[in-house]
Design a binder for this molecule. Structure first.
Ligand SMILES: *Cc1c(COP(=O)(O)O)cnc(C)c1O
Length: 364
C-alpha cells in the first residue's frame, strides 16, 4: 500500500520494529539515556537550544499546550488562519476564553506579513500571534521567517503550529526567534502517532509565570522539571519513544540539510508530475506550495470519491481529500518523512491510469 496522506505517514520497517521492544522502567537509567538522546535530536530538528516538552498526545495536544501555558482568559491574540488547522488553533484559544482577533486569508493564499504588521500596529493589546507554518489542508507554507520578524518588531509572542513542517522544511526556532513551536511524531519524523513536542523559548517561559489558564497534564514547566532526572512527569508512550529514538538517529546521520533537500526535490517532482497530467495545483501562487503535501484541484467532471476509491482499490494508493469547505474540491498527496522516488512515480502512474476511466483526458 502506498499511503500518501499527510499523516500518519509510513514508517521505515526498522523504526516500526524498534517500537515492538519490551517495556523498560520509565524512571530507570535506560530511559534516562534515551530521553537525553531524543531531546538532543529534537533540538537539532527544531534548530534550537531551547527545551522541548515531550508530551504523550497527538499534535493538537501540543497546540493546546502552547495556548494554555502562555495566556490568560481575556488575553487578546491575533490568529492568522489560512486553512482548517489555523482555524483549529483559534478554536482552542476560544475554548479557553482567549479573545481571538482573526486576520482572514482566502484558502489558497499564504499569509501576508505586511497585513500582520498592520494588525499588530493597530492593536497594542494583542499579546500573541497564532500562526500555522505549513497549512496541511491547503498545501501552503507560510513565510514564517518574515512573519516572525514582523511579530518581533511589535514585541508579541509567536506561537507556531509547525506540525507538518518540523523535520521536513527548515524551521529555525532560534534564528527566527520563535516563542513556542509544536509538532507531532506522525508527520515528518517517520514515527507512529502518540507523541507531541513543544519547543519553548525564554519569553514563553516568562509568560507562563503569569499565565492563568488552568493547566496540569500539559504544563511545560512540569515537563522540564522532570528532565533533570531524565524522566517525564507522567507515563510516556514508551513504544513510540523507542521508534523516535531510531528515527532521529537516522535523520541525524543524514543531516538536516539532506533531509530538507530531499523534501524539496520530491515535492518538486510531485508538482511537476501533477502538472504533466494537466491537473492544477490548489495554491494560488506556486512559490508557497508546500514541500510536505501537495493540494491538487479535482478536475471538472471528476467525482473525488470515485477517484480516491479507484486509486485505493485498483492501485493501493491512498490520497487524502479536502477538509471543510474544500471537501470534494481538492485532493492531497502527502510526501513528508519516509518516501522514495518510486512512491512518487507510483502515484503519478496510478493517476494516469485511473483518471481516464473517470472521464478525464490526460494530455499526451
Ligand atoms: C496534522 C496536523 C495537525 C493536527 O495534528 P494531530 O496530531 O492530528 O492532532 C495540526 N496542524 C497541522 C498543520 C497538521 O498538519
Amino acid at each position: 500500500m502506498n499511503l500518501r496522506i499527510p499523516g500518519p505517514t509510513p514508517c521505515p520497517e526498522d523504526v516500526l520494529q524498534a517500537g515492538a521492544q519490551q517495556m523498560i522502567d520509565h524512571r530507570g537509567p535506560e530511559f534516562k539515556d534515551m530521553i537525553g538522546r531524543i531531546h538532543s535530536g529534537l533540538q537539532t530538528a527544531f534548530q534550537t537550544k531551547n527545551q522541548i516538552a515531550i508530551l504523550t498526545a497527538s499534535g493538537t495536544g501540543a497546540m493546546e499546550g502552547a495556548i494554555i501555558n502562555t495566556l490568560s482568559p481575556g488575553d487578546r491574540v491575533l490568529s492568522i488562519s489560512i486553512g482548517v488547522f489555523g482555524d483549529r488553533f483559534s478554536q482552542i484559544a476560544e475554548a479557553y476564553g482567549v479573545d481571538v482577533v482573526k486576520l482572514p486569508t482566502e484558502y489558497g493564499d499564504a499569509a501576508d506579513p505586511e497585513e500582520i504588521g498592520k494588525a499588530l500596529k493597530a492593536d497594542a493589546t494583542i499579546k500573541a500571534v497564532l500562526i500555522t507554518h505549513n497549512e496541511t489542508s491547503t498545501g501552503i507554507t507560510n513565510d514564517l521567517a518574515a512573519i516572525a520578524k514582523v511579530v518581533r518588531e511589535y514585541d508579541r509572542l509567536t506561537l507556531v503550529d509547525a506540525i507538518s513542517s518540523v523535520g521536513c522544511i527548515p524551521v529555525e526556532m532560534d534564528a527566527w526567534d520563535l516563542d513556542v513551536v509544536v509538532t507531532g511524531s506522525q508527520k515528518g519524523f517517520m514515527v507512529p502517532p502518540g507523541l507531541a513536542f513543544a519547543a519553548v523559548g525564554p519569553r514563553a517561559i516568562e509568560a507562563a509565570k503569569t499565565a492563568t489558564i488552568p493547566r496540569f497534564y500539559f504544563e511545560f514547566s512540569r515537563a522540564f522539571s522532570y528532565y533533570d532526572q531524565g524522566q517525564t512527569p507522567w507515563t510516556p508512550a514508551v513504544s513510540v519513544m523507542f521508534s523516535l529514538d531510531l528515527a532521529l538517529k537516522k535523520m541525524m546521520a543524514d543531516g538536516m540539510g539532506a533531509v530538507y533537500e530531499k523534501h524539496a526535490r520530491i515535492a518538486n517532482d510531485v508538482r511537476n508530475g501533477v502538472k504533466k497530467l494537466g491537473l492544477e495545483l490548489f495554491p494560488n501562487n506556486e512559490k508557497y506550495a508546500s514541500d510536505t503535501v501537495t493540494a491538487v484541484k479535482v478536475p471538472e467532471g471528476v467525482e473525488l470519491s470515485a477517484l480516491r476509491g479507484k486509486l485505493r482499490s485498483d492501485r493501493e494508493v491512498i490520497v487524502a481529500g479536502g477538509q471543510g469547505s474544500l471537501s470534494g474540491k481538492i485532493f492531497r498527496v502527502g510526501h513528508m518523512g519516509h518516501i522514495t522516488d518510486d512512491d512518487v512515480d507510483d502515484v503519478m502512474a496510478s493517476l494516469r491510469s485511473v483518471l481516464p476511466e473517470l472521464g478525464y483526458t490526460v494530455p499526451a
